[in-house]
Design a binder for this molecule. Structure first.
Ligand code: KIV
Length: 269
């Protein structure tokens, strides 16, 4: 037996207890090496269905499958050991009925070992969230701009510009909290509305394009590292890696063409 106890991942109660406390650091990751980098700094690693666009070049998240989420979820679990790993339920895998949601969420949990699933939707998903939580599946909810519904919303539009819509957004947040979600992603909403949501629910809110007053923040890792092409206006870049990767690839290509690439006897000398 090892003398050192294995480091435990952050648990649902530990994340939930951060309401109004030290802000939660959350980032996406889709692969083992990136998960290892993120794990050193983040409380939550989200295997977001944004991987459809970021990794697979899809036009939206709608083509992402359960199998893709499970495969990337397994990689992220292998690459991390401390953060809570949350896996997105992809479009079409949970909306039909609480039973469908349970069947697929249970598969995600069992085949990856992740700590929780995330699903989009407010009041309309409350019964499903309650059904999952009652059966042992922790749920992170996601309200405001919900990318899986952009065809209905008419695009990626900031929510809550019209104050008349605020009661519905607040009702969404309160419904998922009452249903048992342990945390709540608030995406693409006016700052004052995001603050009202944070003040009106007992669970941590995790903002993206929302407000600095949320109980935590999340960004898509590739966007914030400067690896994605076009990114939403609210994304603050903390790195500019694409030009550096380009330089490295160009240097490699030049070395190959110049025949200045080291031979095996030089490498293993
Ligand atoms: O899919 C994703 O990466 C997300 C985050 C942007 C919150 O849902």
């Amino acid at each position: 037996m090892s003398a050192q106890a294995p480091i435990k991942r952050l648990s649902v109660p530990q994340i939930a207890s951060r309401k109004g406390e030290e802000p939660l650091v959350a980032l996406t990751a889709y692969t083992a090496p990136m998960a290892t980098l993120v794990d050193a700094h983040a409380d939550i690693i989200l295997v977001g269905d944004s991987l459809g666009m970021v990794v697979h070049g899809l036009p939206s998240t709608l083509g992402v499958t359960l199998e893709m989420m499970i495969l990337h979820g397994q990689a992220v679990m292998r690459g991390s050991h401390r953060a809570m790993v949350v896996i997105d339920m992809p479009f079409g895998s949970y909306e039909e009925s609480p039973e469908q949601a349970f069947r697929n969420a249970a598969r995600v949990m069992a085949e990856t070992g992740c700590g929780a699933v995330k699903l989009e939707g407010g009041t309309r998903m409350a019964d499903t969230i309650r059904f999952l939580v009652d059966r042992g599946i922790p749920v992170m909810a996601h309200v405001g701009l919900t990318p899986q519904s952009t065809n209905v919303m008419g695009g990626f539009k900031t929510q809550g510009r019209d104050q008349a819509s605020w009661p519905a957004h607040l009702a969404d947040a309160q419904a998922v909290a009452e249903a048992g979600a342990f945390s709540l992603v608030v995406e693409g909403v006016m700052e004052a509305l995001a603050d009202r949501i944070t003040d009106s629910v007992p669970i941590p809110t995790i903002g993206i394009g929302a407000s600095a007053r949320c109980d935590g923040q999340i960004l898509v890792l590739d966007d914030m590292l400067g690896l994605s092409g076009r990114v939403p206006r609210f994304v603050q870049k903390f790195g500019d890696l694409a030009p550096r990767a380009d330089q490295a690839i160009a240097a490699y290509a030049a070395a190959v063409r110049d025949r200045s690439f080291p031979g095996e006897d030089q490498v293993y000398r």
